[in-house]
Design a protein around this ligand. Structure first.
Ligand code: KMH
Ligand code: ZN
Length: 282
């Protein structure tokens, strides 16, 4: 089995300090949370950014400031993966802004789904193609984010048509209110539906975070944890940092005999350059 890549989704766009006071908003807070996740053993930071008041933003300048702060605190081997999903209601142009910084990797959401309450996360087929084309033009590796099985089929179709370059790397998100649920059979179904030679990370939302992580650990997938997906360390106990959430995933992996990937090993698994040093464009 490949060593386990752990992605830390340190911030997200929906969770707030009212949910957990440790959710980072400022550049300093985001840098500090990334550093804690890195020291705990994360090899990838999935990054959303906020205004100081917590409002989600896709501002290129804010991404630059946050990514520079992260690399001021962490070595260049760490992979920073900006979100192109942003928050529901944002325009495509808004969401695409961090790509102008030419990060190594970014998310590519492959379908539309309800996102709780009245929220809809909109990704039409043409949106996915447009985002993927921009990523290809800038040599940004997509992490294909899917919230349901039909989104895997969409990614496969667009891959076969030449719009998404392989090998494909997926983030299977289970338990979103509007996406696939997070029962063991759901994850088996999702993993069985992936094209051969793809790699995948598993994200369980809320209380599904660690049951899904354990399944990913034993099945040979990879794991994402962080405040974006879950704010609790265990039932009723809020995590004080993303570092604690990463440490828990690592404890489970070690108990189950799975090695943890260093950022350099994660680069090999994902086919990213080993000599990357921060952002490729100002
Ligand atoms: N905040 C969600 C609406 C991504 O990062 O690409 C979208 C999201 C997906 O988090
Ligand atoms: Zn995200």
């Amino acid at each position: 089995m490949q060593p386990l890549m752990i992605t830390a989704s340190i911030c997200g766009a929906e969770v707030t300090k009212e949910h957990n006071p440790a959710v980072p908003y400022t550049v300093q807070e985001i840098g500090r949370e990334a550093e804690r996740a890195y020291h705990a053993g994360a090899s990838i930071i999935h990054l959303h950014v906020r205004e100081d008041n917590g409002k989600p933003t896709q501002s290129k300048q804010r991404f630059r400031d946050c990514i520079e702060e992260i690399y001021r605190r962490c070595p260049a081997e760490l992979i920073v993966q900006p979100s192109t999903g942003g928050a529901t209601g944002m325009s495509n142009a808004e969401r695409l802004q961090p790509l102008a910084l030419q990060p190594e990797m970014a998310t590519l959401d492959c379908g539309t789904c309800n996102f709780g309450g009245d929220e809809i996360f909109i990704n039409t087929e043409n949106t996915i193609i447009e985002f993927s084309k921009q990523m290809q033009a800038l040599s940004v590796k997509p992490e294909i984010e899917v919230f349901d099985k039909g989104m895997i089929d969409m990614a496969k179709r667009l891959h076969l048509k030449g719009f998404i370059p392989g090998p494909l790397h997926f983030n299977l998100v289970l338990g979103v209110n509007g996406g696939i649920s997070a029962e063991p059979r759901d994850l088996l179904f999702m993993v069985e539906s992936l094209p051969a030679n793809s790699t995948y990370t598993v994200t369980g939302i809320g209380r599904a975070a660690y049951p899904m992580a354990v399944m990913a650990i034993v099945m040979g997938g990879h794991v994402r944890v962080g405040f974006e997906d879950n704010i609790y360390l265990s039932r009723g106990i809020k995590a004080q940092s993303n570092g604690e959430l990463v440490e828990k995933a690592i404890r489970l992996a070690k108990e189950l005999g799975r090695e943890i990937a260093t950022p350099q090993q994660a680069r090999e698994i994902l086919g990213l350059s080993s000599s990357f040093k921060g952002l490729r464009k100002d």
